[in-house]
Design a protein around this ligand. Structure first.
Ligand SMILES: NC(=O)c1ccc[n+]([C@@H]2O[C@H](COP(=O)([O-])OP(=O)(O)OC[C@H]3O[C@@H](n4cnc5c(N)ncnc54)[C@H](OP(=O)(O)O)[C@@H]3O)[C@@H](O)[C@H]2O)c1
Length: 323
C-alpha cells in the first residue's frame, strides 16, 4: 500500500480506502463487516469512510462494533462521518448544515461509532438555506472541541468550497481540507476540470467515491442484474437504470479488451485508473465480500501497468462519453 497526503494537510491516507455506503446494514451485518475491514486493514488500508445517513445510523453502529472487536490502535486508522440529510424529520434535523443540527449530529455519531473523535468530518452536500459562514463556524467548533480532526465537503461546487475556505482564512478558523466527489471512468469532469484550480489555490485533498460506478465498471451488469448485487436491491432501485444502461455497458465491454491485454479484471482496471490522478488522495472502494477486497487491492499493481499508451486507449473509449 502507498500513502498520500490528504491535500495540503499532514494526514496520510492509504491510496485505496474502504467505505460502507449501501453495504453496511443493508447487505452486510457486523460479522461480514469485521471480515471485510480486517482484510482491508491487512492490505494496508487505513481509512474507513462512513456517514450518519448510511442505513439510517446503522452503518456507524456496525462500524463501531467492528472497531471495538478488532481492537486496532486508534492512531493506526482514520474514520470519517458526514452530515446533511439527518435522521429525523424536524425542520432543523434534515437537509441542513445549520449550527444546531451539526452540534447534535456529531455527538450522536460519536456515540454510535464508540469513538472519542472522528478523523474526518464532511458536510455531505451544500445547504442553500444556511449561510456558509454559519457552517464554517460550526465545523471549526467541531475541530476545536476535538470531536473531529479535519473537516471538508462532499459534492460542493468549486465556488462554494472557495467561499468556505476564504471565510475560514479571514476569521482564522480551521479551513476545509478535503472534498469527497464522485470520480470514475464515466464521471470525471468535476474532479478534472471544475476543481482544477483548487488543488494549488487551497491545497484541496480528495477522497473520491464510487470508483466502480456502483459496480457497473466491474462488468457484472453487461448481461442483466446478477442476484445479490447492488442492482438487485429494491431499496436502491433508483440505481438500476444507470447500471443496466446498454450504452454504458457497451463501453464497459470495450474496456474489457484493455483489461484482458493487461491481464487484470475490469474492476482492477477501473480502480487503477482513478489512482493515476495525483490530485486524488484516496480512492474509496466498496465491497460486499472479502473476495472483492482481495481483487480490488490488486489494483495497486495494475496502476503501474497503465502506460501513457494504455491511458490513451482508455480515453478513446470512455473520454467522449464521461460526465
Ligand atoms: N460522499 C458521497 O456522497 C458518497 C456517495 C457514494 C459513496 N460514497 C463513499 O464511497 C464508498 C465507495 O462507493 P461505492 O460503494 O459506490 O463504490 P463502487 O466501487 O463504485 O461500488 C462498490 C460495489 O461494487 C461491487 N463490487 C466491488 N468490487 C467488486 C468486484 N471486484 N467485482 C464485482 N463487483 C464489485 C459491490 O457491490 P455488489 O457486490 O452488491 O454488486 C460493491 O459494494 C462508499 O462506501 C462510501 O463510503 C460517498
Amino acid at each position: 500500500m502507498n500513502y498520500r497526503r490528504l491535500g495540503r494537510s499532514g494526514l496520510k491516507v492509504s491510496e485505496l480506502s474502504f467505505g460502507s455506503w449501501v453495504t453496511y446494514g443493508n447487505q452486510l451485518g457486523a460479522e461480514t463487516a469485521i471480515e471485510c475491514m480486517a482484510a482491508a486493514y491487512a492490505a494496508g488500508v487505513n481509512f474507513f469512510d462512513n456517514a450518519e445517513v448510511y442505513a439510517k445510523g446503522a452503518s456507524e453502529t456496525i462500524m463501531g462494533e467492528a472497531l471495538a472487536k478488532l481492537g486496532w490502535r486508534r492512531s493506526s486508522y482514520i474514520v470519517s462521518t458526514k452530515f446533511y440529510w439527518g435522521l429525523h424529520d424536524g425542520p432543523n434535523e434534515k437537509n441542513t448544515l445549520n449550527r444546531k443540527y451539526l452540534r447534535g449530529a456529531i455527538d450522536a455519531s460519536l456515540a454510535r461509532l464508540g469513538l472519542e473523535y472522528v478523523d474526518l468530518v464532511f458536510c455531505h452536500r451544500p445547504d442553500p438555506d444556511t449561510p456558509i459562514e454559519e457552517t464554517v463556524w460550526a465545523m471549526h467548533d467541531m475541530v476545536a472541541q476535538g470531536k473531529a480532526l479535519y473537516w471538508g465537503t462532499s459534492e460542493w461546487s468549486a465556488a462554494e468550497i472557495v467561499r468556505a475556505w476564504e471565510i475560514a482564512e479571514r476569521l482564522h478558523l480551521h479551513k476545509p481540507v478535503m472534498e469527497q466527489p464522485q470520480y470514475n471512468l464515466l464521471h470525471r469532469k468535476r474532479v478534472e476540470k471544475e476543481y482544477a484550480p483548487l488543488y494549488e489555490d487551497v491545497g484541496l485533498g480528495l477522497t473520491t467515491w464510487s470508483p466502480l460506478a456502483s459496480g457497473l465498471l466491474s462488468g457484472k451488469y453487461r448481461n442483466g442484474v446478477p442476484a445479490g448485487s447492488r442492482g438487485a436491491l429494491e431499496t436502491y432501485a433508483f440505481l438500476r437504470e444507470g447500471l443496466t444502461d446498454p450504452a454504458k455497458n457497451r463501453l464497459v465491454g470495450d474496456l474489457a479488451g484493455v483489461a484482458s491485454e493487461l491481464g487484470c479484471t475490469l474492476a482492477q482496471l477501473a480502480l487503477a485508473w482513478c489512482l493515476l490522478n495525483r490530485n486524488v488522495s484516496t480512492v474509496i472502494t466498496g465491497a460486499t465480500r472479502v473476495e472483492q477486497i482481495a481483487e480490488n487491492m490488486k489494483a495497486l499493481d495494475v496502476a503501474a501497468k497503465l502506460t501513457p499508451e494504455v491511458v490513451t486507449a482508455i480515453d478513446a473509449i470512455v473520454g467522449p462519453h464521461a460526465a
